[in-house]
Every structure is written in C-alpha cells, then in structure tokens.
Design a protein around this ligand. Structure first.
Ligand code: S3P
Length: 434
C-alpha cells in the first residue's frame, strides 16, 4: 500500500543504534555450516534478507536456536550435511545466493538456489564462471537464477583476477577454495569489504594478504574449522540514511552508535565529510572495527565520486545523489555501473525518482551528474521494490516542499524492518536515546 510522507525539518538529535550489520549477519549464518558444533551470533540482524540465509543453512541440517538477542546455530559439519531436497528460495538476497553458490561448491550433491522476481534478474555468471574454472559444476538459467551447484571431482585452486570489484563474488570463491587441491589467490580491481576474510580467520582458516590480493589455504579436514562467536555491530549502510538526514537538517547533531567502522564500509561518511558535513568517526580502542559516528549539519558543497571510491559506499550511491541535489555545484558520479545490477537498476531508479522530485540529474552509463542546489518538490515516486530506494526517498521526503508518496514502502523489511517506526519517532520531535 502507498505511503504518504510529509516534509519535516526537525533536527535529528541524540544517539541511535542502527540495526545490526546485514553483511556480517549473512556471513555468520552461512559460515556456521562449515564448523561442526555451535556458532553464536550476538545481535544478528533479523530481517527478510538474513532469514534467506537461515533457510540455506537449515537446508544443510544446521539447527537454529533463535533467541531475542542471540542465535545459536548447531551444524553437523560439511561431511554430514543433509541430502538436498527441494530448491532453496534466497528471496531478494544477492549476498545469500552468491555466497551459497560458494558454500554449495563444497558439496557433492547438486543443490539448487532460486529467488524472487528481482533476484531472478541478477547476474550469476560472475560467480559461476570462476567456479567452473575450479572444476565445480554450476548451471545457471541463461546466466540467472535458478542455479544448481556441486562438485563431482577434485576442486582446483585458482589464481583469479576479478574483472569487477565485488565482495560477493570474492566471498563465493574463497568458500569454494577451502576444498581446493592447491591454495588459491584472488585479486580485486579495488578493495571491497573484507568481512569474509576476517570472519573465516576467526574460525581458524588461513587467509593471508598478497601483494595483489588474498591467498586462501585449503582446509585438509573440516575438524580444523572452529565454530566462533560473532558479535554483530550496527550496519553503516542503514546508519547512512540517518547521517544523510542529519547532514540535511539544520540543528542536527546525531551519534550513530556501535557501527561497523571498517574503512571498506564507511566511504559514504568520508564523502559527507568532503561535502562539508561535520562527521567524526571514532572507533572503540581494542574492539576491532566498531565505533561511533557523530554527524552534524553544515552547508553542503558538491564533490565527485569515482570508481575507486564506489566499493566503499556501493549501497549508498543513491543517497550521494540526493545529497548532491542539495549541495552547491556539480557532482559527477562515475565508475558505478554495478548499481545497474543491484536489487533494481539503482542508477535508473535514482534518476527517475529524483527527477520527478525536481532535481537536476542526468543519467550516465556508469553513474550520474547532479547539479545543485535545487528545491525538492513533492510527488509520487517508485521504490521498485528496493529497500534502499524506499529509504533514500523517505530522506528526500523530509526535505521536500510537499508530501512525497511512496508506491510501496514495504521493502524496508529486507534490511531495516523498524525504519518507519524510527522515522515517525523523529518526526514527533523526539530525541533518540539508544
Ligand atoms: C555485499 C556486497 C555488495 C553490496 C551488497 C552486500 C556483501 O555487493 O552491494 O549489498 O555483503 O558482500 P557486491 O559485492 O556484489 O558489489
């Protein structure tokens, strides 16, 4: 059902803990299947996407004890995974299907993965091709899901220069490489999020840095792989919507608490800094990559984004375009063609929606050009069933002159089920006190 959002210029104040990190929760769930015994996940993200990953591991025989703040996943280990039954539905989740392709490479029985209408249009050959080079049998449906994966002989190690920067592809190959006859080396054109490497190391798997990428040592026996305890910090990609609002609304001063502050995830916050927004990223000493991010309003100025910067803010680029519309000058976003194969074509969807709202924005094959500042009009916009499009448009609605009507806001349940509840809380003039 459509949702009308009214403009609201109230500042954002206080302390907000965003929902837990989606990327880390997916991995914690999926990697639990590798280790015989009980993996603990403290504060997992419970949302539609991560429930898709739960279905994947349950199909392998992992038992999930889902408490309120902690999940315990008990796996029989890869040598005792259940025989496949029907195809597993990965819903809307690209991370689930791509990482599961890596996981299922370790199995001798063919297993099939499907997805919803959006996922069924997302490219899978980027994973399938290198997996085939490793000797794994992968069938895609003309390049798309459903995909069926297994190995029926030895898995070869691979040295692979990834043609695109994708943590999902990298992660799938790392998983398959765990049973390679030789070590594998995976190289990326630009560094992407490294949660997989860090979390697998925590489980006792040897992954080292090379000059141009990473090297994965195969495991000889699954007993080498230890079940771990994963603490999931807040998701910077969900925090980004509040940071954007705070950067747009005079008088705002908001602290985003317990967020994953890995450099590979905080590109959007660095971009806000360059635009003139007050941003202070403070990691907790000794806690790895967790910290608080304080954001305060300032006048915005335009600044560019290029291919090297995109992976660190890949899911936040639609927000970059919105911020650019309120900044003085021309913002040129290049090197972002990956956005065309996300939950929807996010370049097209961003351009179409922001143009409907009166923004001066031009579509480019690999990005956008935005000239600002322009006032945001009201109007009817389309989420295209994309959670991040819905939330970006909710941010736009706050600074619009007239109400903005979202055709279908429900997709926020993919990554941030409580988003609109928190949005209304702020619109009632309340201070966040998480
Ligand atoms: C993700 C990686 C990114 C990102 C996605 C989550 C991950 O995709 O867009 O939302 O968890 O590895 P790509 O690595 O394919 O760019």
């Amino acid at each position: 059902m459509a949702m009308e959002l009214r403009p609201c210029r109230l500042p954002l104040t206080g302390t907000l803990r965003p929902p837990s990190d989606k990327s880390i929760t997916h991995r914690a769930i999926l990697f639990s299947a590798l280790a015989m015994g009980s993996t603990r996940i403290v504060r997992p993200l419970v949302a539609q996407d991560t429930l898709s990953s739960r279905r994947v591991v349950e199909s392998l025989g992992v038992k999930v004890d889902a408490g309120r703040d902690e999940w315990v996943l008990s796996s029989p280990g890869p040598d005792h995974w259940l025989m496949p039954s029907q195809a597993i539905d990965c819903g809307n989740s690209g991370t689930t299907i791509r990482l599961a392709m890596g996981l299922f490479s370790l199995s001798r029985e063919p297993r099939t993965l499907t997805g919803d209408a959006s996922l069924s249009k997302r490219p899978m050959e980027r994973v399938a091709q290198p997996l085939r080079e490793m000797g794994i049998r992968v069938e895609t449906t003309r390049g798309y899901p459903p995909v069926t994966v297994h190995h029926d002989g030895a898995i070869r190690g691979i040295t692979y220069d990834m043609p695109l920067a994708s943590a999902q592809v990298k992660s799938a190959l790392i998983l398959a490489a765990l049973k390679g006859l030789e070590p594998s080396e995976i190289r990326e054109p630009y560094p992407t999020r490294d949660h997989t490497e860090r979390m697998l190391r925590q489980m006792g798997i040897e992954i080292s840095q090379t000059q141009r990428g990473i090297r994965v040592e195969p495991v000889t026996q699954w007993q080498q792989v230890r079940p771990a305890e994963f603490q999931v910090p807040g998701d910077p990609s969900s925090a980004a919507f509040w940071a954007a609002l705070a950067g747009l609304l005079p008088g705002s001063h908001l602290v985003l608490r317990e967020v994953s502050v890995s450099a590979r995830r905080t590109g959007f916050f660095r971009h806000l800094q360059q635009m003139g927004v007050h941003v202070d990223i403070a990691d907790f000493p000794g806690e790895g990559q967790i910290g608080n991010i304080a954001v305060g309003y300032r006048q915005l100025r335009a600044t560019t984004v290029d291919a090297a910067q995109v992976p660190d803010m890949v899911d936040e680029v639609p927000l970059v375009a919105l911020m650019a519309s309120q900044a003085a000058g021309e913002t040129i976003i290049t090197g972002a063609k990956e956005l065309r194969v996300k939950e929807t074509d996010r370049i097209r969807a961003t351009v179409e929606n922001l143009r409907t709202l009166g923004v001066d924005i031009e579509e480019r094959p690999d990005g956008m050009i935005v000239r600002g500042p322009t006032p945001i009009r009201g109007g009817r916009v389309k989420t295209f069933g994309d959670h991040r499009m819905a939330m970006m448009l909710a941010v736009a609605a706050a600074v619009a002159q007239e109400p903005v009507i979202l055709d279908d806001p429900d997709s926020v349940g993919i990554s941030y089920p409580a988003f609109f509840e928190r949005y209304r809380f702020w619109q009632q003039g309340q201070t966040f006190r998480d």
